[in-house]
Design a protein. Structure first.
Length: 113
């Protein structure tokens, strides 16, 4: 199962959610949870984005086209606000979106058990 997390270094709610994601990743990664971070930072925000990954200690793969809201992945998923999460089964089927905090962890736990 893969969680796609759309976020940005300048997004307060995103940064506030990162510790919850790290905790959940550490708890469920061995049971099959993968996370991919997709940043909506812009080209001139590359350094703050990299520093945010380090500061928040995000161990999963991170990517960004550095195009902000025009990121092709974000456009594909119809992301209009962040943080935004999408949970995909191994076959690519979308099973949940835009969950955070406790609701996100409950859904992950349910899907992995």
């Amino acid at each position: 199962m893969t969680l796609i997390d759309f976020w940005a270094s300048w997004c307060g709610p995103c940064r506030k959610e990162n510790p919850n994601l790290v905790k959940m990743y550490n708890k469920y990664h061995s049971k099959g949870l993968e996370i991919i971070g997709v940043s909506l930072d812009k080209e001139n925000q590359k350094e703050p984005w990299i520093k945010a990954i380090e500061k928040d200690e995000l161990p999963w793969p991170q990517m960004s086209n550095l195009k902000g809201w025009q990121d092709p992945i974000a456009l594909l998923y119809g992301v209009r606000s962040i943080p935004a999460t999408f949970i995909l089964e191994a076959n690519g089927k979308l099973v949940a979106k835009n969950l955070r905090g406790e609701a996100l962890e409950e859904k992950i736990a349910k899907l992995l058990n």
